[in-house]
Design a protein around this ligand. Structure first.
Ligand SMILES: Nc1ncnc2c1ncn2[C@@H]1O[C@H](COP(=O)(O)OP(=O)(O)OP(=O)(O)O)[C@@H](O)[C@H]1O
Length: 605
């Protein structure tokens, strides 16, 4: 069944290759693979699946159609060695399962984007020799956990050789390029021939680097030190200012988690509710009407709400939430927004109506709202199992069992569906959610997730929004001061990492010394072999060989957290990938273990 679509994809690949008479066997009369046997030239099959495309020495021209290759889920090895392919670096980073890549002896040119290898955790062999690549050696190649072979000789690479930390390279060459600087000590065990032909490269195994101490050098050094001192001073000043500003509203684990869930009305909440009521009881009854958003709801007024027994659920930077049980009525939650003093009545109402019209099994819609210049409230139904944040981080103090893997996966899938719906129904918003985090995901009795606090970016006070909402913690905002349609995808990625690791993302932002420090960069720093022991939340409990699927979801999350927005998946792609993750499927389980190693054995033989 997958044969049909594999053929279609490969025929597209063929279409993009010129001078391809050698590919006459690529046609629709046979599928590319029948069991372990290949019907098409240059296709490597395993159990009926295409795991390799090996088109060498064929005089091929044209381009590699990565977009189509991306559709082959079992593709592990790609070779186009010894052809006449030209043009820019193919967008290999889409082929996340790739284990070996052979493009040597072609005419590829231009720079290789520095992050191109970042998500390619399984790559063991990269052969790019004898092309016309320019620019620096992409930095991401130096942090690939499994890399064994890297052949870059015979190009026009410039700049220094990146530092490889804890590498396992057994074959390495950068000979005959235009590299300069010192050879990193971790590579000095390779022979002279790995480095020769770069005039300005020095250090073992080549000649030692000369220390240049001319007067000009000293002057330059003094200037550099002065500039550094000024820059460091400025950075300390900015950080200090930022810390002062953040202190006003630090993102913390939800307050209900820190205190344990309040069962009774605390003094804080009593005071707040009383202030709420005194603010309003002065006014005529008519003004105290709640505006209901749906016709099918039983009405109640603010007075009734204020008389009900209430308990504070939690209080964040953005709102405080109270649970109230109406006499003979439903249990509801009143959310009191703190940072909306600038929004005008018509705007607020229009916006509430817009949000109120949305309806999806994974959204918690507002039931009613209340607008006064100095007070904005939103009423929703109370959701039985509380927030995901509490379930993930506070289950022990609540004496509740932790979430197992199937439940976590179900929650992730539900969140993705809710977000997809928001994107379809609020296309005019840049960030249709804007504040996606675990305390804004509530859980029903059957652990179906419900998103809340969505679509509020336009009505919140803009000067404070950047301290409060999750989109403004994204790399694109911190580095370039912008948010995009993909910013919610970054939030989704961080949320999935939180669900898989059990770690609270804000802790990383606070510890980090720069904008790049996040839960994602922490996960990136751990090699995949260690994921089971060091990354996945140990509270998930027995995983019954689901690590394969868990790893897959973790990689999806890392792709969502891609720092370069242009390369980050859009929401549609992220959702598709998430829905593809299977609940315990044996084929998938072995995907990266026995199957992949068998495939690799074949490729190395
Ligand atoms: N409808 C609801 N049903 C059950 N619990 C809720 C509901 N709405 C909110 N909560 C709980 O109330 C807590 C406080 O929510 P609230 O939205 O006021 O603040 P927050 O999400 O922690 O932070 P922020 O103010 O940044 O949104 C949440 O952690 C959640 O546990």
């Amino acid at each position: 069944s997958s044969g049909a679509s594999d053929s279609e994809l490969l025929l597209k690949v063929k279409e993009n290759l010129e001078n391809n008479p050698g590919l006459s066997s690529w046609n629709t009369s046979n599928p590319p693979c029948t069991d372990g046997h290949a019907n098409w030239h240059g296709i490597l099959c395993y159990k009926g699946k295409v795991w390799g495309v090996k088109l060498e020495n064929m005089g091929l021209k044209g381009i590699i159609d990565v977009e189509s290759l991306k559709g082959l889920p079992y593709l592990r090895t790609l070779s186009f060695m010894n052809n006449d392919l030209e043009g820019e670096w193919p967008e290999i980073h889409h082929l996340i399962g790739l284990k070996s890549l052979y493009l040597s002896n072609n005419k590829f040119s231009g720079e290789i984007p520095y992050q191109t290898f970042q998500g390619l955790q399984w790559l063991k062999k990269i052969h790019l020799s004898n092309n016309q690549f320019t620019g620096e050696i992409p930095l991401s190649v130096a942090s690939m956990p499994r890399l064994l072979e890297l052949r870059l000789e015979g190009n026009q690479f410039t700049g220094p050789i990146p530092r490889f930390h804890r590498h396992r390279l057994r074959s390495f060459s950068v000979a005959n390029n235009q590299l300069h600087g010192q050879i990193p000590p971790s590579l000095s065990k390779f022979p002279v021939s790995s480095f020769s032909g770069n005039e300005r490269l020095c250090g073992t195994p080549l000649e030692a680097c000369k220390a240049k101490t001319s007067i000009a050098g000293i002057i330059v050094a003094v200037v550099v030190v002065c500039v550094a001192v000024i820059v460091i001073g400025a950075v300390i000043f900015i950080l200090h200012r930022r810390r002062q500003r953040d202190a006003a509203c630090v993102e913390n684990p939800p307050s209900d988690l820190r205190k344990g869930r309040a069962r009774d009305i605390g003094s804080e909440s009593r005071k707040s509710i009383r202030s709420l009521s005194s603010n309003h009881s002065r006014r005529g009854g008519e003004q105290m009407k709640l505006s209901f958003l749906k016709d099918d709801r039983e009405r109640f007024d603010l007075q009734e709400l204020l008389r009900a027994s209430a308990e504070i659920l939690g209080s964040g930077c953005f709102s405080s939430s109270y649970k109230a049980s109406l006499l003979n009525g439903p249990t509801i939650v009143v959310k009191r927004f703190k940072q909306m003093s600038n929004v005008r009545k018509e705007e607020f109402e229009e916006h509430m109506r817009r949000i109120g019209r949305l309806s999806h099994p994974n959204l918690l819609p507002p039931v009613a709202y209340y607008y006064k210049k100095e007070e904005k409230l939103m009423v929703t139904d109370y959701v039985q199992n509380g927030s995901l944040a509490v379930r993930l981080h506070g289950h022990q103090s609540l004496g509740e069992p932790s979430l197992d893997w199937p439940t976590r996966l179900k929650i992730v899938k539900g969140i993705a569906k809710g977000l997809e719906y928001l994107y379809k129904d609020m296309p005019s918003l840049i960030a249709p959610h804007g504040n996606l985090k675990s305390s804004n995901v509530l859980l029903t009795e059957s652990f179906e997730p419900l998103l809340t606090d969505y679509g509020l970016v336009p009505v919140i006070n803009q000067e404070l929004a950047q301290d409060i909402m999750v989109i403004y913690k994204s790399p694109e905002y911190l580095q370039q001061g912008r948010i995009t349609k993909k910013t919610d995808v970054w939030c989704l990625g961080i949320l999935i990492l939180e669900i898989l690791t059990g770690k609270f993302p804000a802790n990383f932002l606070q510890q980090g010394k720069g904008s790049e420090v996040s839960l994602a960069s922490w996960v990136h720093s751990v090699v995949p072999e260690e994921w089971t022991n060091a990354v996945f939340d140990q509270d998930i409990g027995a995983t019954q060989n689901c690590e394969g699927e868990m790893g897959k979801l973790l990689k999806i999350a890392l792709c969502c957290c891609e720092g370069d927005v242009d390369k980050r998946w859009d929401l549609k792609e992220a959702v598709e990938k998430i829905q593809d993750v299977k609940q315990r499927d044996h084929d998938q389980e072995n995907f990266y273990t026995s199957y992949a190693s068998e495939a690799d054995m074949k490729s190395s033989s």
